[in-house]
Ligand binder design. Structure first.
Ligand SMILES: CC(C)(COP(=O)(O)OP(=O)(O)OC[C@H]1O[C@@H](n2cnc3c(N)ncnc32)[C@H](O)[C@@H]1OP(=O)(O)O)[C@@H](O)C(=O)NCCC(=O)NCCS
Length: 161
């Protein structure tokens, strides 16, 4: 049984130095494979969306990539991962709840995400964070790549006081 992890610090990156960009590309691929964002999209998320990293001892242990939706004040969680070496120790739960708190404090009301129905870890993580199923998206990323559309309420600042 892996040890629970402590000391996760969450940081929003608004621009990416070349070394950090290369590190994020490599780490994203190691956790998400071909669906990871690359060097062409990560700077776009950092500059015009919300790019968060979770660090342990200074090194990047995971990341959350968030964009604003065209409709309403919704946000969409485009990518989320914890590096394989750090998985199963509660870090995903810590990073996701920390990111959701920050987005709520900015005034956003709802976070959308898609889930591969066979991804048991992500299913458990999202359920624990309050995500509920909104819709089924068959062949969403091409033939056989089905997804579920999920949404979670973000508690607004006014609701937290
Ligand atoms: C999904 C992911 C982010 C979870 O991160 P993690 O740090 O391993 O998760 P945690 O240790 O915080 O566990 C979160 C919950 O998931 C559960 N869980 C973790 N791994 C699991 C697994 N393989 N099967 C079932 N449940 C699992 C934990 O028990 C915990 O549940 P609880 O809150 O009810 O106790 C991580 O596995 C990952 O990066 N996977 C690859 C990328 C990915 O699938 N991203 C999400 C979709 S974009």
């Amino acid at each position: 049984m892996p040890e629970p992890a402590g000391g996760l610090s969450i940081e929003r990156l608004t621009s990416l130095e070349p070394g950090v960009l290369a590190e994020l590309v490599e780490r994203g691929r190691s956790a998400l494979g071909e669906s990871a964002l690359d060097e062409w999209l990560l700077p776009v998320i950092a500059g015009y969306g919300y790019l968060f990293v979770g660090r342990i001892g200074g090194g990047i242990a995971g990341s959350a990539e968030v964009i604003r939706c065209a409709s309403d004040d919704d946000l969409y969680l485009e990518g989320f991962y914890i590096l394989p070496a750090h998985q199963g120790r509660g870090l995903g739960r810590m990073l996701l709840s920390g990111v959701m708190e920050r987005l709520a404090a900015m005034g956003y009301r709802r976070l959308l995400a898609t889930l591969d129905p066979v991804n048991a870890a992500a299913r458990q993580l999202y359920a624990g964070a309050g995500f509920r199923e909104l819709d089924q998206l068959p062949d969403h990323y091409g033939p056989g790549r089905d997804r579920l559309l999920l949404a979670a309420a973000l508690a607004g600042e006014e609701e937290m006081t």
